[in-house]
Every structure is written in C-alpha cells, then in structure tokens.
Design a protein around this ligand. Structure first.
Ligand code: IPM
Ligand code: MG
Length: 358
C-alpha cells in the first residue's frame, strides 16, 4: 500500500518528534511492504509566524486529501492568550478537529511493563496494572458552544460559555466507546455530572439506551468528581472511560500522569469519514525544543494507533508497540523518564533504537 500522510510538525519539540516518528514509519514500510507520500501542512504558532494566522486557508482541504494526519505539537508562550484568536495555536487545533469532524478522541493510558517504577501511585496499586482507554467527545460541548461577553449595569463585565449536547452527538461517541470495549475488556464507564447538569442527564439517558443494546458490555455511570478520585485511588478498575469534551480534557491529563510519563502517551482523533489525526498528548515543551532532549515515544506510538485505527493494520501497530517496549525493557530512557543516576539518551538515539527493533 501507499499511504498519503499529512505531517503537521508544529512548534517547539514538534518537528523533532515527528522526524523520529516518520523514521519509524519508514522502517515499518520497509518491513511490511508499504510506501508513504508525505505532505507538509503548516499549522500552529509556526503558521502564525509564516503567514499571520495559525490556521492558514486550505488547511482542512489539504488534510482531507490524505489518508491520515500526524501532528507533533503546537503552541508556546510566544503566541499566548493576549494575542488575537486567529494567531493562537489553540484556535487552529479546535478548528481542525471541527473541520475534519474528529468527534472521537481516544487517549489510552497504559502503564507499560518496563515503566512500573514510574507510576506515582502505591506499589500495590501499580502492580494491579493500568490499561484504560479514555474516549473523549471532541467537537461539542462547552468548547464549541456560543460565547458571550457583555457589560452589566451593576456587576461589571459578565461572560458566558454555553455547553450544549444533542442526542445525536452523544450517541455517536457512545457507540465508539461500546465498540472499543468489545475489543478490550468489555467494560464502559460513562462519566458525567448528572446530579447537576441537564446535558449530563441527557448524556446518561442516551448511554443507558446504548448499554441495553450492547448488553454483552458491562456498564456503569460515574460522576466526574468521583472519577477524578478513582483515577488516583484505583485506576486498574477502568477499561473504556467515555465522557464529554471538557471532562475528558481534564481527566485525560490526570490519567496520563498516573502512568508515569506524559512523554509516552499517544492519541487518536477520529470521525466517520475524514482522515484521522494522530498526535502525542504532550505539548510543545518550548523549554527543551531543539536540544535533542524530547521523548519521541508518544509520537511513535501515535503512528501505531494510525496503523491500527486508520489503516486496520494491527500487525504493523503491534510491531511498533513491541519495539518500544523492547527498547524500554533494555533500560533506554530519554531525560523525562530517566531515574536519577541513569544516563539518558537523546531524541534521535531513541528513534534509532526503536527503528532497529522493527
Ligand atoms: C488537549 C489540549 C487542548 C484541549 C488545548 C490545547 C486547546 O489541552 O488536546 O487536551 O483543551 O483540547
Ligand atoms: Mg488537554
């Protein structure tokens, strides 16, 4: 097969980690007989610097002409919240999610076998294992609701952000979660705030309907505050966790931290038709950019997700994951995951070792 891949290298450490991921992709291509056509797409702070806006015209069309999109990281203090919206990298990120219809954000948080010691939780909790899949709704809710800012007579300025969800939006993300659970340990935990929010009560009623339909999958409702607590108390209880956009944003950061390193975790954003977008869950880390210090593993594992979810190529995905696990088991570490006293290796060396194992 020839796959056409859009590369959004982005800002900070983005270009470095994408380089290593591309190298791994090529190694996989060699082994399994695939070729790749890469299309560079400008997006983020680097786009603001080059053309004055973070989401240049034609970005979505360019991505839509490809089979999948790989993104490094975007953002940085240079394009902060004091800048106009069209110059901010976050604006571009939300726009591309919406324009490509990427409503399902899959964020696996798994404790890799060689990384048991990195888990900040109690040893007996870590030993039970952590392997959960956060399924975050990505194109609705408060992120995309109507915003307002106005002057009041007696209370100064007032702002509102509307959180809206339709049955249709809830059902399609719910289905994704149940389908994924069928391929895993067959458990769905649906997270909401139904004791307070109307959107959550609708969310819950739609999920209950689906739970009846997918009666082979174990189902539970979890209130978001309780979920935040359970994630640090006993994350091993979760298999698939499905939730709305903002709860998912917050809980996925928490889930990533309990596995020890945000530098190891990939993500996939998928819709029904457009190409999926794959990216590490970490940010652009401008403080270490250009110094060969970044951990390329999260981006490399994002490529594994690309093979699995966009190309239905589980064998290639498994090969990448096995190579990462082998390199970690041999003790190789980038600075972010190196224990004190252990000599760390650079971004490029980590990429080379993983390629060698493929
Ligand atoms: C994420 C990020 C983004 C989000 C920001 C950068 C807009 O935190 O992908 O989780 O909130 O979705
Ligand atoms: Mg986030």
């Amino acid at each position: 097969m020839n796959y056409k891949i859009a590369l959004i290298r982005g800002d900070g450490i983005g270009p470095e980690v994408v380089n290593e991921a591309v190298g791994v992709m090529e190694a996989v291509g060699k082994k399994f007989g695939h070729t790749f056509t890469f299309v560079d797409v400008l997006l983020g702070g680097c786009a603001t610097d080059a053309v004055g806006k973070s989401y240049p015209d034609g970005t979505a069309e360019k991505c839509k002409s490809c089979d999948a999109v790989l993104l490094g990281a975007v953002g940085g203090p240079k394009w902060g919240s004091d800048k106009p919206a069209e110059q901010r990298p976050e604006t571009a990120l939300l726009a591309i999610r919406k324009d490509l219809g990427l409503y399902a954000n899959l964020r696996p948080a798994a404790l890799r076998p060689a990384m048991l010691d990195a888990c900040p939780l109690k040893k007996e909790t870590a030993e039970k294992g952590i392997d959960l899949m956060m399924v975050r709704e990505l194109t609705g809710g408060i992120y995309f609701g109507k915003r307002d800012k106005y002057q009041t007579e007696d209370r100064g300025i007032e702002c509102t952000d509307l959180m809206a969800y339709s049955e249709k939006e809830i059902e399609r993300i719910g289905r994704r979660a149940f389908e994924l659970a069928r391929l895993r340990r067959k458990k769905v935990s649906s997270v909401d705030k139904a004791n307070v929010l109307e959107t959550s009560r609708l969310w819950r009623s739609v999920m209950h309907r689906l739970a009846e339909e997918y009666s082979d999958v174990q189902y539970e409702d979890v209130l978001v505050d309780n979920c935040a607590m359970q994630l640090v108390r006993d994350p091993g209880q979760f298999d698939v966790v499905v939730t709305e956009n903002m709860f998912g944003d917050i809980l996925s950061d928490e889930a990533s931290m309990v596995t020890g390193s945000i530098g190891l975790l990939p993500s996939a954003s998928i819709g029904d038709t457009a190409p999926g977008l794959y990216e590490p869950i970490h940010g652009s880390a401008p403080d270490i950019a250009g110094q060969d210090k970044a951990n390329p593993i999260a981006t490399i594992l994002s490529v594994a997700m690309m093979f699995r979810y966009s190309f239905q190529r589980a064998e290639e995905a498994n090969a990448i994951e096995a190579a990462v696990d082998a390199v970690l088991a041999e003790g190789w570490r980038t600075p972010d995951i190196a224990e004190s006293g252990v000599k760390a290796i650079g971004t490029k060396e980590m990429g080379r070792l993983i390629r060698e194992h493929i």
